[in-house]
Design a protein around this ligand. Structure first.
Ligand code: G6Q
Length: 556
């Protein structure tokens, strides 16, 4: 496979790196005072300011060349035309088809997937309208008040994040719940807040074989039946979202109550499909359409805009520059809006499950770093916690600051405080505080000389910490759709350059397989696990658990 490290652009970037590391962001702003104005890109209600990265016109030009040398234009075309770019699973990758307008024909292997997509969406909209209007009734004839989505990973994170982000628009008569953890506490907490006669469960699983989801769904079904006492109630309270009608049927959900999707929709790219059922129930068909329209607008921007002004491409290239050239293998996502507090968890899966790979399509090792460790939460809390490391730690962390310009219906004064912090943090990370500045500040504050000397090393901020600032005009369905799609394409572009398959996830398998065996071994009634089956640590943990279970049952 073509080794991107051997490309002319990569070699040239490696030599530019040292020059840039010996300068500072302050100097770059000094040399080009208008840098902040022209290192920007806008699309679909989003503006990206990427000027606070250790980049110059030359290095940016080389990154754009790198995209060309990696064949990015062809890769984009391959995705949009339904080629089987998920090579290890031999599947097309067509989440972009899920957000195409109704009139679009989208042929894959002679099948118009656009028509299928819209047929499912119409069914979802009709079902959501009935629930929202109180026409869909529970077994006792009551309207639905609580919707519980049972799913995990891609069948949970997207809908949960969107419903949280657009919480203010949720139908006033509906409460949304998301259950993913299989520890018993998660579903227990939710069921205690719901009434069986007014609760609708969505069992969301692409494969319908996922242990955690099916176990939670069985618990929910038993809870419903314990109250309703009649299997007939299941059809009024359970719907399924899956690609497998057979598995849904064998679980005991009528396929009349099933919303399907297709194997060309990856789990972490599936919120636009029937996996978005909680979204359409919560927000209504119009807002779901607006979410899709925002994503579609970003798709169009992505596939038709020159790379130099292409927002997801720029985000991707800057990410590669930080990870592979500037030794910043960690990516912090810091949204300064409470409603976006689930975004980092969503992006964590998107990025790390997609590009957390060390072999390329052809199985050869990737010769450079791939996905950064992506993490974060809403930025203000971070400032009072881990931002210490971001400012003064020994590792370079790249930050995406995300802000929403419109205060919406909230207090403008408070909104301004949050925004001031966002802007100030990005500035502080960029410029830092020099020894001279720190000393002058302490002297102005009247500190004794000995104290100044002792404190000085602690009060220096190195600066030069890279960040992007991404501003949303407002937090509505359209702009949120565009934001999510921008990150999806950023992940895709990086995967293309690294040569990895961003659409499989073999790395999650081994733990699942071993868990199935360990589950049997944890049964206190089962024969003790023979020595040598596991290592001594695993063996010890299994024995400790079994002993605790026995102690519990003796106490009971
Ligand atoms: C996403 C992953 C993974 C998946 C979950 C749930 O891309 O494949 O997070 O979504 O494992 O799988 P099911 O939807 O099949 O239950």
């Amino acid at each position: 496979m073509h080794d991107i490290l051997q490309s002319a652009a990569w070699t040239a970037l490696s030599s530019r790196r040292d020059a840039l590391l010996s300068t500072t962001l302050r100097e770059l702003f000094h040399t080009d005072p208008l840098r902040g104005r022209h290192m920007q890109a806008s699309a679909c209600g989003l503006t990206l300011d990427y000027s606070k990265n250790l980049l110059c016109a030359d290095s940016l030009g080389l990154l754009l060349k790198l995209a060309d040398e990696a064949g990015l234009q062809g890769a984009i075309a391959a995705m949009f035309t339904g080629e089987r770019i998920n090579t290890t699973e031999e599947r097309a990758v067509l989440h972009v088809a899920l957000r195409c307008p109704p009139e679009t024909r989208w042929l894959v292997d002679g099948v118009d997937v656009g028509a299928e997509v819209h047929a499912v969406r119409r069914r979802m909209a009709a079902f959501a309208a009935r629930v929202r209007a109180g026409e869909w009734r529970g077994w006792r004839g009551d309207a639905i008040t609580d919707v519980v989505n049972i799913g995990i990973g891609g069948s949970d994170l997207g809908p949960a994040m969107v419903c949280e982000a657009l919480k203010d628009e949720i139908h006033p008569g509906l409460r949304m719940h998301f259950v993913s953890n299989v520890d018993g506490v998660h579903i227990g907490d939710v069921l205690r807040r719901c009434r069986p006669e007014t609760t609708l469960f969505i069992v969301a699983s692409k494969t319908f074989t996922t242990q955690e989801t099916l176990a939670n769904a069985r618990t929910a079904r038993a809870w419903l039946l314990a109250h309703a006492g009649d299997e007939g109630a299941i059809a009024r309270h359970f719907v399924a979202v899956s690609t497998s009608a057979a598995a849904v049927r064998s679980f005991g959900i009528d396929t009349e109550n099933m919303f399907g999707f297709w194997d060309w929709v990856g789990g972490r790219f599936s919120l636009w499909s029937a996996i978005g059922l909680p979204i359409i129930l919560a927000l209504g068909a119009e807002r779901f359409d607006a979410l899709l329209a925002g994503a579609h607008a970003m798709d169009e921007h992505f596939r038709s805009t020159p790379f130099a002004t292409n927002l997801p491409v720029l985000m991707a290239l800057i990410g590669i520059w930080n990870v592979d050239f500037l030794d910043a293998p960690s990516q912090l996502i810091a949204p300064y809006h409470q409603r976006l507090h689930r975004l980092p968890a969503y992006l964590q899966q998107l990025d790390m499950e997609s590009n957390g790979k060390s072999v390329r399509h052809d199985g050869s090792p990737v010769p450079c770093r791939t996905s950064p460790i992506l993490w974060g939460e809403q930025g203000i809390n971070g400032q009072h916690a881990y931002f210490q490391l971001v400012h003064q730690g020994t590792q370079r962390v790249a930050v995406d600051f995300i802000g929403v310009l419109d205060a919406g219906r909230e207090d403008e004064r408070l909104h301004r405080i949050a925004f001031a912090n966002l802007i100030a943090q990005a500035e502080a990370l960029m410029r830092g505080r020099s020894a001279d500045e720190a000393e002058a500040e302490m002297r102005a504050a009247g500190l004794p000389e000995a104290r100044i000397r002792a404190l000085l090393p602690h009060r220096i901020f190195p600066g030069n910490r890279p960040s992007n600032t991404l501003l949303l005009e407002r937090l509505d369905a359209f702009t949120l759709g565009a934001l999510i799609a921008a990150y999806e394409h950023r992940t895709f572009v990086q995967g293309v350059i690294w040569g990895v398959n961003s659409f499989d996830q073999w790395g999650v398998e081994l733990g699942k397989q071993l868990a199935a065996r360990v589950l049997d071994e944890l049964d206190p009634q089962a024969a003790p696990v023979a020595e040598g089956v596991h290592d001594s640590s695993t063996q010890g943990l299994i024995e400790r658990y079994r002993a605790a279970q026995r102690e519990d049952s003796l106490r009971a």
